[in-house]
Design a binder for this molecule. Structure first.
Ligand code: AMP
Length: 190
C-alpha cells in the first residue's frame, strides 16, 4: 500500500494536485478539510468542526484522528492513499504512524509543496470567488490559517525529514509544471 502525505500551507495546491495523483496512480484521496465540510452542519460533530474551521483554527487532534482513521477504514482494498491536509500536528503524524503500522504499512513519502506567503494569499483570495468557503473570504482568517500552519503544522515536515521521507516540491508555476515535478518525485515508488 502506497501512503503519500501531500503537505503544504493553505493555498499551496494540495487539493488540485491530489485529484491528478489519485487518477494517475489509482489511489484513494482523503482530505480531512473536505470531510469536515461534508459533515451535516446541524450535527454535533458538524457544529464542532465548523466552530474551528470557520475561524481558521485546527479541529482538535482527538476528533481529527478519529475521522481520518474511519475514512481510511472505509477503503480496505485501496492500492494506496493520498493524505491531503493530514497530519497537521506532530501528534497527528504519530497517530498516523501507529495506525498504519497496525495495518502492516507506513507512510512512504511526504511531498511538501513550497509556496511563498504572498503567493498563497493571492491564490486564496482568488479561490474565495468560487469556493464559497468562509475561511477563504476574510484576510484575517487567511492570516490566521497561515500563522497556524507556521506554528503548529510546519514542524510536521521535520518529523518526516527525521525519517528520511520528506521531499520538497517547488509549488510555484503552472498546475501542469507542478504535477510533473510531483510525478518525477514519485518515480522511485513505481
Ligand atoms: P483545508 O480544507 O485542508 O484547508 O481545511 C479546512 C479546515 O478544516 C482547517 O482550517 C481546519 O479548521 C480543519 N482541518 C482540516 N484538516 C485538519 C487537520 N488535519 N487537523 C485539524 N484541523 C483540520
Amino acid at each position: 500500500m502506497l501512503n503519500i502525505v501531500l503537505f503544504g500551507p493553505p493555498g499551496a495546491g494540495k487539493g488540485t494536485q491530489s485529484t491528478r495523483l489519485k487518477e494517475k496512480y489509482d489511489l484513494v484521496h482523503i482530505s480531512t478539510g473536505d470531510v469536515f465540510r461534508a459533515l451535516d452542519p446541524e450535527s454535533e460533530l458538524g457544529k464542532l468542526a465548523k466552530s474551528y474551521s470557520d475561524k481558521g483554527n485546527l479541529v482538535p487532534d482527538e476528533v481529527t484522528i478519529k475521522i481520518l482513521e474511519s475514512e481510511v477504514t472505509k477503503h480496505p482494498d485501496a492500492k494506496g492513499v493520498i493524505y491531503d491536509g493530514f497530519p497537521r500536528t506532530t501528534a497527528q503524524a504519530e497517530a498516523l504512524d501507529e495506525f498504519l503500522s497496525e495495518k502492516g504499512t507506513s507512510v512512504a513519502v511526504m511531498l511538501s509543496l513550497v509556496v511563498p506567503e504572498d503567493e498563497l494569499k493571492r491564490r486564496l483570495i482568488s479561490r474565495a470567488q468560487t469556493s464559497g468557503r468562509k475561511d477563504d473570504a476574510d484576510p484575517q482568517i487567511i492570516q490566521n490559517r497561515i500563522d497556524t500552519y507556521n506554528n503548529s503544522t510546519a514542524p510536521v515536515a521535520d518529523y518526516y525529514r527525521a525519517q528520511g521521507k520528506l521531499k520538497e516540491i517547488d509549488g510555484v508555476g503552472t498546475i501542469d509544471e507542478i504535477t510533473e515535478r510531483i510525478y518525477s518525485a514519485l518515480e522511485v515508488y513505481h
